[in-house]
Design a protein around this ligand. Structure first.
Ligand code: C2E
Ligand code: MG
Ligand code: MG
Length: 643
């Protein structure tokens, strides 16, 4: 009785469906996708050879060359499935560069295949593997096929175990399933050669991989058809873990929230698609070797292997050129603000966490210049180290008491004397030297250490206010900065009120500064905090007014006493249009009964100009920089005595 080919036909149909589905789901680019396609095609070829060979056998064909070719084709292509699976696993771990550097490992992995290929060739003369002369029979060397296949399965297991961190449980099972299925099919067929199970078993394992691993919905964003945030996270983690060198081109379009707010969701989605198309087109022009991702909030990434500066510059400048000029979307003209930064990893950005936090907001921390930047220009090594070690730096500073609170005097124009001051943190770290408050505060906000700093500053200020020394200065109050993260923390009012209680401070001696970004955040907790503190008698200032997105409605709604005009806004007072704007802003705020502090006043001319506008308070280097408490006490005692 001949062998039945029905399982082979089933396998062929299954594989054909898989192939079509991969093509329809556009899973044809990227190394692992391509290897997966190769696995399917090889398995289909093996099945076709098997069907041919079995049919010839069943028909007792005497066409020896045809019989030989059919059996050889089957054995060879079928044999390839184990090495191909290993190649697939290696590509999932993205460790080619390691393999390239390790000739011994290369030899170990290639040797079994090379031996088998020699055996295949030798079989033409010696027929030790198989022969077809008296019907298909296996020769004594057939055992090498099994032995080397088992070796490849072993290599597979080693790789999966070594890189288990890269795979979730489901993925491990999906890649690993091929092993028991393959082994079972192989054993059954070894002892019952008439059971044509191997091809069918192979097709089933390929299907499991397709369902468990090669899922585009896990990896591809449906709007932009670029890699998803989760894929970027996975790939970049793997890159750092493998110490692989890559270049990341980061594109953050900073005015996307405004476009979305003004033109609506559908239009904003169109913007994403247009940007994604541009990126794809540029990648194609550069021979399409980069991995492309869309993260969220109009943040895109182009990643390619190696540190090819010239290539990175070309891609980045093409992107910048194409995006920064007016783009027509759905017939509307829109001007995008593409912030582009090239980062060579791990040289410029040494670890995954920093890559992510840097990428999240470099466009906010660095003024938009319209030029492509290098990560190293924005973030020097020292700053990066500070970011990476911020928790340790802050703990060390709190322990060694190396944080200091400086005070910058605030002058009242109507009273003609200094009436208050702003408390500002200073830190000289033994390892990193002076750390600018901006860097310190942003890093601390990201790490969560800001709450410790906030409490420290607040205590120091209360301690100062409670002292006799402060009493004698005749100052009305001290302004303390609260960062956005502090305002979002539900425990903030309790901390503030209990410290005030501890030092027996009345609320009129304090003023709390919040920034415009905090005010724009329509957070329930933040509003509740504000209301609680206002009910307890505390007053608030809005800091840095004129920067960021001024949400005037929120400004009107919030219980604010003072508005602090930001120095960047104030510094432009020589621009006639800006001056008109400043004049009217001041008038509007005064009409709303707000008090106004002008920040960053550095010259007599500026002082005169803002005095003429009837602003209430002046703060700036013209009077004094922020200075240590001791100097501040001497400064005020001296200045106010003179006035
Ligand atoms: P800010 O609250 O707007 O503080 C005013 C900043 O402007 C201070 O920078 C001050 O030194 C600087 N400044 C004042 N007058 C002039 C001037 O005439 N010319 C120029 N060029 N600059 C002037 P500093 O101390 O570097 O602080 C930067 C920012 O860091 C602060 O901006 C504030 O947002 C934050 N910060 C500082 N200390 C604290 C703190 O204790 N807690 C929190 N949450 N943030 C703080
Ligand atoms: Mg301030
Ligand atoms: Mg300010």
């Amino acid at each position: 009785m001949g062998k039945s080919i029905s399982l082979d036909i089933a396998a062929l149909i299954l594989l054909a469906i898989l192939l079509v589905s991969c093509i329809l789901r556009k899973m044809t680019s990227g190394t692992s996708n391509r290897i997966f396609l190769l696995i399917i095609i090889t398995a289909m070829t093996a099945t076709v050879f098997d069907i041919t060979a079995v049919s010839l056998d069943n028909a007792h064909s005497s066409n020896m060359p045809a019989l030989y070719v059919a059996h050889l084709g089957y054995l060879l292509t079928h044999y390839m499935s184990a090495p191909l699976h290993l190649i697939f696993v290696i590509s999932l771990t993205d460790t080619w560069h390691k393999l390239r550097k390790n000739p011994i490992l290369q030899i170990i992995l290639v040797l079994p295949l090379a031996v088998m290929l020699v055996i295949f060739v030798a079989n033409i003369g010696n027929k030790m593997l198989f022969s077809v002369e008296n019907g298909y029979t296996r020769g004594p060397w057939f055992v090498f096929m099994y032995a080397t296949t088992i070796l490849y399965i072993f290599f597979d297991i080693v790789y999966i175990v070594l890189y288990r961190n890269f795979f979730s449980w489901e993925k491990m099972i999906a890649i690993g399933a091929v092993i028991p299925i393959g082994v079972a099919a192989m054993f059954i067929q070894m002892f019952i050669p008439s059971a044509l199970l191997e091809m069918f078993g192979g097709a089933i394992s390929t299907l499991i991989i397709s369902i468990g691993i090669q899922r585009p919905e896990d990896q591809i964003d449906s709007f932009t058809r670029l890699g998803k945030f989760s894929a970027y996270v996975h790939d970049m983690k793997r890159t750092y873990y493998n110490h692989k060198h890559v270049t990341v081109i980061m594109l953050n379009i900073s005015n996307f929230p405004t476009i979305q707010a003004m033109l609506g969701f559908d239009y904003a989605t169109e913007v994403l698609k247009v940007v994604a198309d541009k990126i794809r087109e540029i990648d194609r022009r550069m021979r399409g070797s980069a991995d492309l991702y869309y993260l969220d909030n109009c943040r895109f990434r182009v990643v390619f292997s190696g540190a090819n500066q010239e290539k990175a510059d070309r891609i980045a400048s093409m992107l910048n050129h194409d995006l920064k000029h007016k783009t027509i979307i759905n017939g509307f003209e829109v001007t995008l603000s593409p912030h582009i930064v090239i980062a060579s990893c791990p040289d410029e950005i040494g670890d995954f966490k920093t890559l992510m936090s840097f990428g999240a907001d470099f466009h906010k921390r660095h003024h938009y210049t319209g030029q492509v930047m290098r990560a190293g220009e924005i973030y020097n090594k020292n700053q990066l180290d500070i970011h990476n070690n911020i928790d340790a730096i802050i703990d060390r500073a709190l322990e060694n008491q190396s944080f200091q609170v400086y005070y910058q005097p605030i002058y009242s124009i109507p009273e003609g004397r200094f009436v208050s001051a702003e408390a500002l943190i200073r830190l000289i770290d033994p390892q990193h030297g002076f750390i600018s408050p901006e860097l310190l505060i942003t890093a601390a906000e990201q790490s969560g250490a800001i709450h410790k700093i906030g409490e420290f500053v607040f205590k120091k200020v209360c301690q100062f206010i409670a002292s006799d020394e402060f009493d004698k200065l005749g100052l009305s109050y001290i302004e303390v900065n609260l960062s956005v993260a502090q305002m979002m923390n539900g425990d903030l009012p309790e901390m503030i009120l209990s410290v005030m209680d501890e030092y027996n401070i009345t609320p009129d001696k304090l003023n709390l500064e919040i920034t415009e970004t905090a005010a724009a955040e329509d957070q329930k907790v933040m509003t509740e905090n504000l209301e609680k503190l206002v009910r307890a008698g505390l007053s608030f200032s809005l800091d840095d007014y004129g920067t960021g997105y001024s949400n005037i409605k929120r400004v009107i709604q919030l219980p604010l006493k003072i508005i602090k005009l930001d120095k960047s806004f104030v510094n432009e007072n020589e621009n006639p249009k800006m001056w008109i704007f400043l004049k009217n802003t001041v008038k509007m705020l005064k009409d709303m009964n707000m008090e106004i502090v002008v920040e960053g006043v550095e010259t007599q001319e500026m002082l005169d100009a803002f005095s003429d506008l009837q602003c209430d308070f002046i703060q700036g280097y013209f009077f004094s920089k922020p200075i240590p408490k001791k100097d501040f006490v001497a400064f005020i005692a001296n200045a106010n005595k003179a006035s």
